[in-house]
Design a protein around this ligand. Structure first.
Ligand code: DGY
Length: 322
């Protein structure tokens, strides 16, 4: 048996301190910054790799697993794992690690950032002020939507959905939500009402998406769903881009089926700079920054390292999806 330390392929360059927990026990081969997926050099080393440290932009397919016969663990530095073929990992007995919980608050905060920015035209009003269009205190300029008394509809009452819901009480909003399973605890604790999706779409002034991307949630918000929403409604997506049908959303924003959207995630991702959604003044797009706070990203890396080490030792991962 080789006495060498196990080889861990880290798909992207990360701050050295974030990977420090792995340094002593593993050999690290690290991919470049930016990009998507494994570089040819990392791919060449798949046969020897015992662990993969991945980001959500890396497609980990059956074919990649096939070429990594010594793989003991796949550890993703994200909570969502829709880029990984989890089923294929499970079939091979490979545990898949992820980083739940730690990014809940940061993502909920960003959701509120988008919601407020869109509701009160913050990006447009800043652009206008910079461009010299702030000529007076304008009684009818930049009028937006009130939050107090408005209905917030949360689609998916998991950890992040609940954190978004908790923050709503400070704004004096009415809360409704959907969830796969009944959540009487949330109904009671947050004074919220669980309703079918159709009712949520029809009744909400703000619709915020917090479901994972699965076969059931793929294009959950399509033309039909958008047309059910109020024409004054604002859609916020900080979950996964493919939960919304991009072309339908574009049409909905152009034809005022809904008032506006705030998107931290898109499909495709990144959204090319020439995409017509950017030309919509009623659409605010941020580049998937929900978890982008210093502490959150550092903690995500820490958990991903713990998952790698546990997988290499053959112990139960602290956080796994399979
Ligand atoms: C995740 O962890 O899945 C998030 O989308 C990253 O911000």
């Amino acid at each position: 048996m080789s006495q060498e330390k196990p080889l861990v392929l880290v798909t992207h360059t990360l701050p050295a301190a974030w990977l420090a927990p792995l340094k002593e026990k593993c050999r690290l081969m690290i991919g470049p910054e930016g990009g998507k997926g494994l570089t040819p050099r990392l791919e060449e080393n798949l046969p020897e790799a015992e662990a993969l440290f991945t980001l959500l932009v890396d497609p980990i397919t059956e074919d990649i697993l096939e070429r990594a016969p010594n793989l003991k663990v796949v550890s993703q530095m994200a909570v969502g794992v829709d880029n990984l073929d989890v089923e294929a990992c499970t079939r091979r007995g490979i545990p898949v690690g992820h980083t739940p919980g730690i990014l809940t608050a940061a993502t909920a905060d960003l959701t509120w950032g988008l919601l407020l920015a869109v509701a009160r035209h913050i990006p447009q009003s800043q652009a206008d002020a910079r461009a010299g269009r702030w000529t007076t205190w304008n009684p009818t300029g930049w009028l937006g939507a009130d939050l107090e008394g408005a209905t917030l509809g949360i689609v998916g009452m998991g950890k992040i959905g609940s954190a978004v819901a908790r923050r709503a009480s400070g704004f004096g909003m009415e809360l409704i939500f959907t969830n796969r399973s009944p959540r009487p605890d949330i109904e009671k604790d947050l004074n919220a009402q669980q309703v079918p999706l159709e009712d949520l779409l029809e009744q909400s002034d703000f619709v915020s998406l917090h479901v994972p991307l699965t076969e059931e949630t793929h294009h959950l918000i399509d033309a039909n769903a958008l047309q059910k929403m109020k024409s004054t409604a604002i859609l916020v997506n900080a979950a996964r881009g493919q939960v919304v049908e991009t072309q339908a959303l574009l049409q909905g924003l152009q034809e005022s089926w809904i008032a506006a959207a705030g998107l931290d995630v898109t499909h495709p991702e990144p959204l090319p700079s020439e995409h017509p959604l950017y030309a919509q003044s009623n659409c605010l797009i941020t580049p998937h920054i929900g978890s982008a706070s210093y502490n959150t990203r550092r903690r995500m890396a820490e958990i991903a390292c713990q998952n790698v080490l546990a997988g290499l030792e053959g112990s139960k991962l602290p956080h796994s999806v399979n």
